[in-house]
Ligand binder design. Sequence first.
Ligand code: UPG
Length: 452
Amino acid sequence: MEEKQVKRRRIVLVPVPAQGHVTPIMQLGKALHLKGFSIIVVQTQYNRVSSSKDFSDFHFLTIPGSLTDSDLKNLGALPFMLKLNQVCEASFKHCLSQLLQEQGDDDIACVIYDEYMYFSQSAAMEFQLPSTALSATAFVCRSVLSKVNAESFLIDMKDPETQDKVFPGLDPLRYKDLPTSAFGPLESILKLYSNAVNIRTASAVIINSASCLESSSLAWLQRELQVPVYPLGPLHIAASAPSSLIEEDRSCIEWLDKQKPSSVLYISLGSLALMQIKDMLEMAWGLSNSNQPFLWVIRPGSVAGSEWRESLPEEFNKLVSERGYIVKWAPQMEGLSHPAVGGFWSHCGWNSTLESIGEGVPMICRPFTGDQRVNARYLESVWRSGVQLEGELDKGTVESSVKRLTVDEEGADMRKRAIDLKEKLEASVRSGGSSSSSLEDFVNSLKMKNFM
Ligand SMILES: O=c1ccn([C@@H]2O[C@H](COP(=O)(O)OP(=O)(O)O[C@H]3O[C@H](CO)[C@@H](O)[C@H](O)[C@H]3O)[C@@H](O)[C@H]2O)c(=O)[nH]1
């Protein structure tokens, strides 16, 4: 007898073309696919996820973005995002209209877009399709974007006296911890923030965090945003979906296999951070003096000036061959879950933060920009599973913080707290946990006709 094919309703995903944003939206896609939806990923031609075996059931479409080579070379990340929003709206509308012609408007359950791809929301509205914004940051960062008037905040920040003060209502965050960006001019920051704050016009908001990590910020958002807020994180535990845009060097896992349990410091600064050679040398010497083994991800283009290898002293190269391992890109999740890894030196991007907490690994926090300072402050002062390095980087501080994390009693205490958080996060995505129930609620809301 012929098996009757059950028709799946479709969900359209619109990722930002950058690793830290692609990762959570693809994990969300995987989680929703497991709930019975068919997934269409609409990407621009910049930085695309490929339809690997992990996404063989997903359908991938590309919309033209029409940015010039000079735009791509010269625009910083924020002006790039603003421009992308201008140039993609028409092509996305065309794409949606074609999808609707194929099967009828009842068939698309929702357009889920990264909050910085806000052109998707106006396109969805034109076709009267429900839309949901995905926020790839912590609840507290999302609430900062809504609570802080960016214009007056940036003026206050010009006064050096203000920087160390706690921002009213955001304790323990200080002015200097709030998300500013080194990526673009003031004007772009204000525009992008104010557009992203328009998240209220979406039908709902999904956030990649869990209530056990930051319950009061979640409660504030649920009160203030006036649209349903679904905390579904950590998405990487809810649904594994490897979506690396850069080729992973798996040889580092073999190297980790040969190291002692909890001895290695894993160092990675995510997909965007740019490091100065001066800081890199201080790190190298501090690591050298700490006597701990290390696995260091040095992504091409992540060090200002291409001659970093030549800038390293010969002794450091010797040290790397004896006690360290350098790769261009690692399978990070596998690395963090490896028994040899005892600590993580991170820029505190939100994915890395969740992945580290999710594996019970304590952190050395050296944030660069944007939300990373908020995450670092929370890791040190709220979750108490990290130490933050502030001010000028020098080899003495690097050495002592590596020892604090991997050798001292303080590191063992941080590890205990990190493991406690890991257990709570795992419980939140298990059936009946807060994030798992929230996913059920979101899926049920998609079945209702009035979800708009
Ligand atoms: O060798 C590596 C290094 C990183 N990763 C992965 O790359 C992702 C990096 O994401 P994240 O830690 O969030 O850093 P960024 O790439 O810097 O992410 C941007 O986007 C994030 C989400 O909005 C923000 O929190 C950050 O501040 C912003 O810089 C993570 O999933 C890592 O597992 C690898 O797989 N291999």
